[in-house]
Design a binder for this molecule. Structure first.
Ligand SMILES: Cc1ncc(COP(=O)(O)O)c(C=O)c1O
Length: 384
């Protein structure tokens, strides 16, 4: 039996607020977060492929589950606040990354790091240059501070544009530059020496490099922290480590920046299970390597499959691909009917027709492609 789309009942018009939000928040448009979780839960018989938020498609390393289970099974003290500032985890992460612990801040997801950066460094009308199109939620954090957001669009959204960014930096002279590297959703990636050129060209701009997907790309500009005082790198356990539900990420920056972030940061905001899980995840690098390889092989499979059908597929260095369809919104809806949840990016400036698929394991990808094939067959006009 064909699946029906779930319909959302019409909502009554919201009541006017008794008290207005403060200053710039009045003009902020909420981030349009659409989660497929409700649909997934409403169809327990169907094996879902949740490929819409670039999460890992498998649970994290078994060591994460073991460590959390062991904690919960013992005298766990969930009634106590967690280790302040995640100092235990900082020590492990510092050993792992080679970045001294004074240059690290562990946060409640990397979103929390981005928000803390905006709270600390941005005020009304401060200019922020954003290499767009990119991760949307950062814009909410910046807008909440009343910042003046200036987008820089490369002539081709899938190609890097170092000269264009350098020109924009010189023209806009922003207080902050936000660069997602590799970019979500286009996959554009700047090498460390190119990021260095941006840092050197604008010593008074805080350059925030969001490395949410750097494990997949196998590249990072962390080493530039040794040379540049205007660099911040943010990372997360949500993607390659498969821990999005636990909410844990981190920022690495020169010591004075971390000190300033700590002025506003709540030292107890990273929950105890996330801290324990992250420490266990770091210990299982074999699991990480396995998952990165699966994603790489699955990307190759997608590329080959779409190429054979003459469909444009942009493979990124991260854990997603961008695929162009004639009728993108329809394809996305039909795929959801079949339990494949992907993200329609076709309305984003310059990404007309593109749909983003998060990439998981090879086995999962075979199943996803079987369902994509079913949808494509429906698109073919009937022959007489
Ligand atoms: C570029 C980028 N940065 C940050 C995030 C948020 O990550 P976290 O789960 O660590 O808050 C995302 C999530 O999709 C992202 O794509």
């Amino acid at each position: 039996m064909p699946h029906r789309r779930l319909r959302v009942a019409p909502q009554p018009a919201p009541k006017p607020a008794a008290i207005e939000p403060s200053g710039p928040v009045r003009d902020v448009q909420p981030y349009q977060a659409v989660s497929s979780l409700d649909e997934i839960h409403a169809r327990p018989q169907q094996v879902p492929h949740k490929l819409d938020w670039n999460e890992a498609t498998v649970p994290p390393s078994p060591r994460v589950i073991e460590a959390i289970t062991a904690f919960l099974g013992n005298a766990h003290h969930l009634n106590w606040y967690p280790v302040l500032n995640s100092t235990n985890l900082i020590e492990r992460l510092s050993a792992f990354t080679g970045v001294p612990h004074e240059r690290m801040l562990i946060t409640n997801g990397s979103d929390d790091a981005l928000n803390t950066l905006c709270t600390t460094y941005l005020g009304v009308d401060d200019r922020v240059l954003v290499a767009s199109p990119t991760y949307q939620h950062f814009l909410v954090f910046a807008a909440t501070r009343g910042a003046d957001i200036v987008h820089h669009y490369a002539p081709d959204p899938f190609e890097k544009d170092l000269d264009g960014l350098l020109d924009a930096l010189a023209r806009v002279r922003p207080r902050m530059l936000y660069l997602v590297n590799p970019n979500n959703p286009t996959g554009v990636i700047y090498e460390a020496d190119e990021v260095a050129a941006l840092l050197a060209a604008a010593p008074e701009t805080l350059v925030v490099v969001d490395e949410a997907y750097s494990e997949f790309a196998g590249r990072s500009c962390v080493r530039l922290l040794q040379t540049y005082s205007n660099l911040v790198v943010t990372r997360t356990f949500s993607k390659a480590y498969g821990m999005a539900g636990l909410r844990i990420g981190y920022a690495m920056a020169p010591e004075p920046v971390i000190r300033d972030l700590r002025r506003v940061f709540n030292p107890k905001s990273v929950n105890v299970l996330a801290q324990i899980g992250a420490m266990a995840a770091l210990e299982d690098q074999a699991w990480l390597r396995w998952y990165l390889e699966e994603v790489d092989d699955a990307k190759a499979l997608y590329a080959e499959w779409f190429a054979a059908r003459g469909i444009e597929c942009r493979v990124t260095p991260a854990n997603y691909i961008m695929v162009r369809f004639e009728q993108a919104p329809w394809v996305v809806r039909r795929l959801a009917d079949l339990g494949v949840y992907v993200r329609d990016r076709s309305h984003v400036p310059r990404l007309n027709g593109f749909v983003r698929f998060s990439v998981g394991t090879v086995e999962q990808t075979h199943d996803v492609l079987a369902r994509v094939g079913q949808v494509l067959e429906e698109m073919v006009p009937p022959t007489c």
